[in-house]
Design a protein around this ligand. Structure first.
Ligand code: PGA
Length: 265
């Protein structure tokens, strides 16, 4: 049975103390699960203390970003090489990084290579803007973002890949829990099949089957069941909902229920 992945992207929220408190609250509510991978992506500053605090049977850590050169005169940057003992995953290509920090396809491609080189599994975010969607450019945009990011990976490396489909128009922009319209499960099903199809064309069916594909964009405890029931979706990447321990542990509880149902059938 494939694992379900729930990745909480805390973005630029929570200081070190608040991060510890959230982990404590989540630990009290979340049990260890063999078939569910729960990943927390706190701020860079909280990664080190949390790496000492978390129960690794329950949680994995992800960085939200890193620089693609391993070491050098790059004031203010932190490399993948510096964090490979702390994290199992790194989020690459999030739309907020593309938009506010002008990360282009080439930069994202270099970051993918740096993550793989340092043994950190990339969670590659791809997604179309509202404007692109309205102009029926969704598949072209996803194709460009996906193929350029993975173009230098071997088929063995592709098996470590996680792709998150995050339509930009569905990502909440509020500081806390203000949500946008989420994509419908039917829309997501079509796109996820498209993404797996593109990977199949490039790397073959076996590699494509091992890639985890997540949905992100206003996911929460209430819509988790609907998304996770969509064939081809292996998990979710909540932002706002991951800052609220009841919402996030509710999402994990729903994933657990679904895995039980799958085991029985
Ligand atoms: P959201 O964020 O769940 O708050 O919409 C998702 C993301 O940006 O990864």
């Amino acid at each position: 049975m494939r694992k379900i992945m729930i990745v909480g992207n805390w973005k630029m929220h929570l200081n070190v103390q608040q991060s510890s408190l959230l982990v404590k609250r989540l630990s009290e509510r979340i049990k260890t699960h063999r078939n569910i991978e729960i990943v927390l992506a706190p701020s860079m500053l909280s990664l080190q203390p949390l790496s000492l605090e978390i129960d690794r049977r329950k949680f994995r850590l992800a960085a939200q970003n890193a620089y693609f050169v391993d070491e050098g005169a790059f004031t203010g940057e932190i490399s993948f090489a510096m964090m490979h003992e702390l994290v199992d995953y790194v989020i690459i290509g999030h739309s907020e990084r593309r938009r506010y920090f002008h990360e282009d396809l080439e930069t994202i491609c270099s970051k993918m290579a740096a993550a793989i080189r340092n043994n950190i599994s990339p969670i590659l975010c791809i997604g179309e803007t509202k404007h692109e969607r309205e102009n029926h450019e969704t598949k072209r945009v996803l194709h460009d973002q996906l193929t350029t990011a993975i173009s230098n990976l071997t088929s063995a490396e592709i098996e470590q890949l996680v792709v998150a489909y995050e339509p930009v128009w569905a990502i909440s922009s509020g500081n806390n829990f203000t949500q946008h319209e989420a994509a419908s499960p039917d829309e997501v099903q079509e796109i996820v099949a498209y993404i797996r199809g593109v990977i199949t064309e490039l790397y073959g069916a076996k590699a494509a089957e091992s890639v985890q594909i997540l949905y992100g964009g206003s996911s929460n405890a209430e819509n988790t069941y609907g998304y996770l029931s969509v064939p081809g979706i292996d998990g979710l990447l909540p932002g706002g909902a991951s800052l609220n321990y009841e919402e996030f542990s509710g999402m994990v509880a729903t994933a657990e229920r679904l895995q039980h149902e799958r085991q029985k059938s």
